[in-house]
Each structure stands twice: as C-alpha cells, then as structure tokens.
Design a protein around this ligand. Structure first.
Ligand code: SF4
Ligand code: SF4
Length: 240
C-alpha cells in the first residue's frame, strides 16, 4: 500500500522554514533601523536642558534693579508706563507732560524724530533704577518693562545649565562656608531667586517654573532684543 508521508512532520518542516525566514527578516530590518539612527543608537528626540523645569522664586530682593546696566523701553512700553503713572496722553496739544516724564525718568533716547517711535533708556538714581522705591520694590511692577518681566529667563541665561548657575547668587543673609557660591555685586549682578540645587541652601519649597513658561519668557525677551536698534544706540545722545 502506498502511503503518503504523515502530515505532521511536513507541517513541522514548513513551520520551521517560515520561522527562520521571519526571524532573519526581522533581524535584518532592525539592524537597518539602528544603522539609520547613526552610531547604532535609536534616535531619541531630546527637549531643552530645562525640560523638567527650573527652580526659581523671586524674593523681591531688587538686586536685578541695582545692577550696573541699562533698561531700554520699546515705544509701546513707554506709553503703557506713562498711562500707568497718570500722564494724560490724550491731550496731544500739550507736550509739557511728555517733557516732564522725559526729564524725570529718561536718560537716553534713540529717535527718528518721532517721539512716539523712540526707544528710551531709564534713568538711574543712587545706583539703582529710577523706579526702585525706598522699600526696594519696583514701583511700576504691574507694567514693568519686558526686559525686567522676562528676567532671568533671557536666552543668554537659559542657554545652558552653566549660564543659569552663573547667574545665581546667595542671599546676603545666607552664610555658607566652604562653597564657591557667589554673592551679589552691583557690577557682576546675580539673582538670589535662582536655585541651582548646587549648594542646597534654601531649596526647600522653591517653585518649579515649567518648561512652557520658561520658553514663553525666553521667546518674549528674544523678540524684544531683535527689535532693539543696536546700531542707532551707538549714535544716541545721552541726557545724563
Ligand atoms: S523697572 Fe522696575 S523691575 Fe525694572 S529695573 Fe526698574 S525697578 Fe527694577
Ligand atoms: S534679583 Fe532675582 S530674586 Fe531678586 S528681585 Fe530680581 S528676579 Fe527677583
């Protein structure tokens, strides 16, 4: 009697061939994918170095208002601050209020002849911004300039961890021995609200600023400086 070979060993053979082809295919494709990602590592999209946020709480120390630097206002910022201070800009025939504001608060101006398009630099008084009050607080806090509102999340400061840590200083009343931690100085500046986790001093309870908020401030500061008339500044007449 002629018998056909049992179906079972035949099926086993076919299954083994199929599995072997499938494994070879998968292996060759995964190797291809790894090769494509470069250096044999799968491609992983990375966020900014502050992906997990940054520890920062403004202590209101006012040190950023005392640093030896300039605060420049874009034209619309001057208008907002004038309105906040009660200068009536609706009376276009009376320029005395503009002159009063300029004499009191402005020390330099970049203008094309049209004052409403001027960039102006704030005056300083006793080593601080003219708007820093006797209590060491910003007297125009609600309408403070972009330059101030976005600090310390400027592109130059949040560009990397080193720059961020370099901007931080210890509060004046904190004594920490045996560290390289910096204290604030009028020339070098620094922000005591930045916590780097380096020293651990005062880190407990400090707010974590989310990546999204940092990005927003960084972007606003970048946009501001992009508009800044750098070349014209060199030819500016400084009032004081
Ligand atoms: S405008 Fe206000 S926040 Fe800005 S430097 Fe002057 S006092 Fe400080
Ligand atoms: S230096 Fe920092 S902590 Fe102090 S007022 Fe300025 S932003 Fe706030």
């Amino acid at each position: 009697m002629v018998t056909f070979p049992s179906a079972t060993p035949y099926l086993h053979l076919m299954t083994n061939i199929f599995l072997s082809v499938a494994v070879t295919f998968l292996l060759s494709n995964s190797c291809h994918a790894l090769a494509q990602s470069g250096k044999g590592k799968p491609f992983v999209k990375r966020g900014p170095w502050f992906e997990d946020g940054l520890q920062f709480d403004c202590t209101g120390c006012g040190k950023c208002c005392k640093v030896d630097g300039d605060v420049w206002l874009a034209p619309e910022e001057t208008e907002t601050i004038m309105t906040h201070l009660g200068y009536d800009q609706s009376n276009n025939n009376d320029e005395s209020y503009i002159e009063e504001f300029r004499k009191k608060y402005i020390r330099a101006e970049v203008t094309n002849g049209n004052q409403s398009e001027s960039w102006v630099c704030l005056k300083r008084k006793e080593g601080a911004c003219i708007f820093l009050d006797d209590a060491g607080q910003c007297s125009i806090y609600d309408v403070r300039p972009v330059q101030c509102n976005t600090y310390p999340f400027w592109p130059s400061i949040v560009q990397n961890r080193g720059a961020w840590e370099q901007e931080s200083v210890l509060p004046d009343n904190v004594i920490e021995e045996g560290t390289q931690a910096r204290y604030w100085s009028p020339e070098l500046g620094g922000c005591e609200g930045i916590r780097t986790n380096k020293s651990g001093v005062g880190n407990v309870g400090i707010s974590l600023i989310a990546k999204e908020e940092i990005e927003l401030k960084k972007k606003a500061a970048k946009k501001h400086w992009k508009r800044f008339p750098v070349d014209e500044i060199k030819q500016t007449t400084w009032f004081l």
